[in-house]
Design a protein. Sequence first.
Length: 372
Amino acid sequence: MQLNVHAHELKSVISRISAIVDKRNTRPILSCILLVAKNNYLQLSCTDQEVAAQIFIPAEIFEEGSFCVNAKNFSDVLRDFPDSIVSISFNDQENILKIQNENINFSLVGFNDTQFPLLFFGDKQPSFEIPSYELLRIINKTSYAISVDETRPYLNGIYLQQIDSKLRSVATDGYRLSLLDIEDFNSNVVEYMSNGIIIPKKAVLELKKMAENYLDKVFKMSVDESFIYASVDDLDFLSSRLISREYVKYQAVIPSKVSYVITADKNLLLNAVKRIRIMSDEKTNGIRLSFLKNEMHVTAKNPSLGHGVEKIPVEYDDKEIELGLNARYMIDLLSAFESNEVQLELKNEFGPILVKSLDEQNFLGVIMPFKL
């Protein structure tokens, strides 16, 4: 195999997909990237047998062929390569990969590709389309609430469900929840989407990188009983095994009736929480919110550090309420809002806090308070 390719494009692809490669080396071949030179494209593929990626980049092909190379070694060699045309060749007899330009010459050990897993990207499945910016919006507004508790795998991802003509995305770790609805959504995979699917966090992160790389494109996506598939322009493909568990009854934690509504400037509240968090306990990140007439006090007390309080104006004219919550949870949630004004709604100081905005009626967050 022999080809020329631009180093910048090659490095960009390697940096995007290298996180997929199985670093635990349960099977040595899974620590490799498969390279295939054919039809004026260099195809790069990798998988950990849960998530897989395949990307095509233009190349000048002199001799078609394929081989595998250790992903880390390949990435390390290319990382500081100048952004110029790089020549890649592979000798089947010696299993040596050569990477060079006019002044640089590297030789790496390569591997035969016969043991590399066959990859499938759902190209013959019924599919639906979603603009890249909508996919990115889903991820940015919900992924922060994905649980990292491996004992509850059904919470380790984003839940997607088609409800009539809406696409609903939900993430929760049991202490907080984020929910976004995308309107005017219709798919040809209602069989799976109406029941809901759970996309694992690793795939969510890869989809985010993919979407950021194609901000003005439309994603083609399909689903079957075990996998979700995504592609852009038939040049960039991703597949992921779904989490095969039933999602929690998330509706139960969203307050249907509230007694108190506090309207606040999002940025004033966000910055106050960031500042006062410095004085919170490192383990709990606990802060106290006190709601008074047209004023909110954000406070934290730490025996080894001291005490902090910040007052901000709000719209509120009811009885005084005080509650404790995790400052990091509040920062994550407020940062997901694009609007300048938010509403905090609650039934009492012991129940969940519902955070909404009149300017973003399809998005909401919930945080469970705790006793300080």
